[in-house]
Write a protein that binds this ligand. Sequence first.
Ligand SMILES: [Zn+2]
Ligand SMILES: [Zn+2]
Length: 213
Amino acid sequence: MFRLHCNKCYHLRSQEPTLALNLTRCHHIICANCLERSSLEDPKKCPLCSQPLQTIPIDRNMPSGMAQYFEDPTRFLKLYQKISKFQGDQRTSDNVGFWQQMERQRDLELQLQGYNKIEMQLNQQIEREKKRIEEMRKYIEYYEKAAPSGSSSSHRGRRGSRSSQERGSRPHTPSVTTTTTDTSMEKENNFFMDTTADDFGPKKRRNDKNFHI
Ligand SMILES: [Zn+2]
Ligand SMILES: [Zn+2]
């Protein structure tokens, strides 16, 4: 803290505590005596810098904005450090949040890729099943035609047996199982039961072995 004194006559407040001091808008300190003297010459100008004069008494009733000029500046330095740290922490938190959202988005993209692969596999399986059903239908149709007259309730059977030329070439025996094996179906079923959405993320790659790609 500096020594409080009149900037015009250099009287120290400590030497004369009763002497009233004033702070000007131009940041000069003038004692009551000097202010009175200067008002006789030019009451509208600061006796030190001649700027338009506006004063307030230096006392406990000063507005806080002005009173701060008489406080220890290190107090403001500490306050500045606290404010700076607080705002720095807020920026760090904001960055962490941003990166977490980015990571989450990457995980969701991987998850979506996983679902797309499953959809592709299921569509392929549907196609294989359709082919198998078609084969089965041809097979049944062939043997229905080949069945002896009267033995079948089918109206086609009553027309009498046909020659092998009429029946066409015998279709090959369709497979009973699907093109994918039963065990792989089982695995796929387990996959749906055991797998949660999060398992597609990069942290749980172990579950990838359940994909049949
Ligand atoms: Zn003075
Ligand atoms: Zn001044």
